[in-house]
Design a protein around this ligand. Sequence first.
Ligand code: HEM
Length: 236
Amino acid sequence: MTFAQMFTSSIGRKLVMGLTGLFLVTFLIVHAGINACIFADLSIFNPEDNGDMFNRAAHFMGSTVLIRIMEIGLFAGFILHIIQGYMLEAQNRAARGVGYAKPMGNNGSKWYSRSMGLLGTLILLFLILHLTHFWVPARFTHAGLEPLPTATGMMHDMFGLMKITFSELWVVIAYLLGVFSLFWHLMHGFQSAFRTVGVHNNKFLKLLASAGVWYSVIICLLFAAMPVAMYLKWVE
Ligand code: HEM
């Protein structure tokens, strides 16, 4: 396969989807892990934390040059995944010509594996809202961000921004819908990505199927718990 075919042929596009998908799966583990530092403030841990652990972790991520460079790779990965996803979907539709005369329902495949384009679009809408809430203020406008002193300088109060953002019910609901879409997208995407990059051994496929379910449940429960915990003031 030539480099150009990676971006134009159906199989090449699928490979790009698989590789960028695995990259994004890794990003979500790091992102959920760092954000989970907000739970350090829960009364069972340290109610005096007041978001300090999360603010320090977010500050480290935002001020480390290597991580900022990786952020460019992350956005490139997202953009490639989205563009190739839409191209693949259009290519498949054109190849299929017309839909099945009689819908096959779950006998052919699961509803969520047939709805990856729709779920991806919902996640994209969520992502636009999400980046406007946090990434744009953190990197560019600093709107709603109080400066906090550290031993070596200042850091942003990202925890404070989260509290303000998740004080509105519609935002919490929008995030829950976004995370729900992500859950179903991952339920198919996780194992599909591994298959695409060449895992075909039956034993591994069974293991992957359950790892995919565990991964999707844990990551999405963690993400869903964040706006809820803030809205209900379990952490503040
Ligand atoms: C639902 C709970 C979530 C919360 C509370 C949350 C919180 C945050 C915060 C505070 C930032 C800014 C970090 C900084 O720049 O200092 C951020 C950035 C970002 N988030 Fe989320 N996030 C959540 C879910 C997600 C999900 C599900 C995705 C992807 C599907 C995602 C993708 C991103 C991306 C791409 C960035 C910008 C890159 C970066 O700064 O790492 N987030 N998020």
